[in-house]
Design a protein around this ligand. Structure first.
Ligand code: FAD
Length: 184
């Protein structure tokens, strides 16, 4: 029988929130699309929670697959200060349906924070019991129904608009300069 492990790590997002408090972050949407494409190949499943600029991710699979992904995670510039907060052997995967389940910021997590007198989601301040509670919420919580492709497209669309605006300004400036030169 293959050896299975569960690993939980936390990290700080390096990107600025695009739409604080509403919908899925475009960057998180892109991470989920990539995870759902890559994880089945490695036999990995898990859950991802993102709120207030922090990630909480649980990964389950063989130790080799977890190590391989973690090496990539360490190099990913979209987050920093990665800290493994739990790693243990398991008998079976608890997220069997999910290549990477995404649970949106939920009332249940807010209740958990309130119970432990935390004002925001900062997993670096979690005590061991809170890590266990958070894991069960991640496993039990409803999957976010957000359209990931649309979320990821929002940011690409914003970059495209900025680029087009820059181009339009450039053309306008060139036209004015040409006009002034021709007028002598
Ligand atoms: P590519 O997608 O081709 O990426 C090549 C390189 O570019 C990588 O070093 C990558 O870090 C970097 N990169 C890619 N997109 C961006 C971007 N938008 N901005 C900056 N750099 C970028 N991957 C999984 O496969 N499974 C997971 O469960 C998973 N969970 C993640 C959780 C978090 C919190 C974060 C931040 C990332 C997660 N990733 C996950 C992504 C992971 O870190 C790697 O980016 C990904 O696995 C690399 O995929 P790839 O080999 O197909 O290479």
């Amino acid at each position: 029988m293959e050896e299975l492990q569960q690993m939980v790590y936390i990290s700080r997002a390096t990107f600025a929130p695009y739409r604080p408090g509403s919908g899925i972050e475009p960057e998180v949407g892109r991470i989920l699309i990539k995870s759902r494409r890559n994880n089945p190949r490695r036999g990995l499943v898990g859950g991802l929670y993102y709120a207030d600029g922090f990630f909480f991710q649980c990964l389950e699979g063989t130790p080799e697959a977890i190590d391989e992904l973690y090496a990539a995670l360490l190099k990913d510039p979209r987050h920093r200060d990665l800290k493994v907060i739990n790693r243990r052997s398991i008998e079976s995967r608890s997220y069997s349906e999910w290549a990477m389940k995404y649970v949106p910021s939920s009332g249940a997590v807010r209740d958990l924070l309130k119970k432990h007198r935390l004002k925001s989601f900062d997993p670096y301040r979690f005590e061991p019991a809170m890590i266990g509670d958070m894991l069960s919420l991640l496993q039990r919580g409803a999957e976010g129904a957000a359209d990931l492709t649309a979320a990821a497209d929002v940011q690409a669309g914003r970059r495209r608009s900025l680029w087009l605006l820059g181009l339009a300004v450039g053309i306008a400036v060139a036209a004015v300069v040409t006009y002034l030169i021709l007028r002598g």
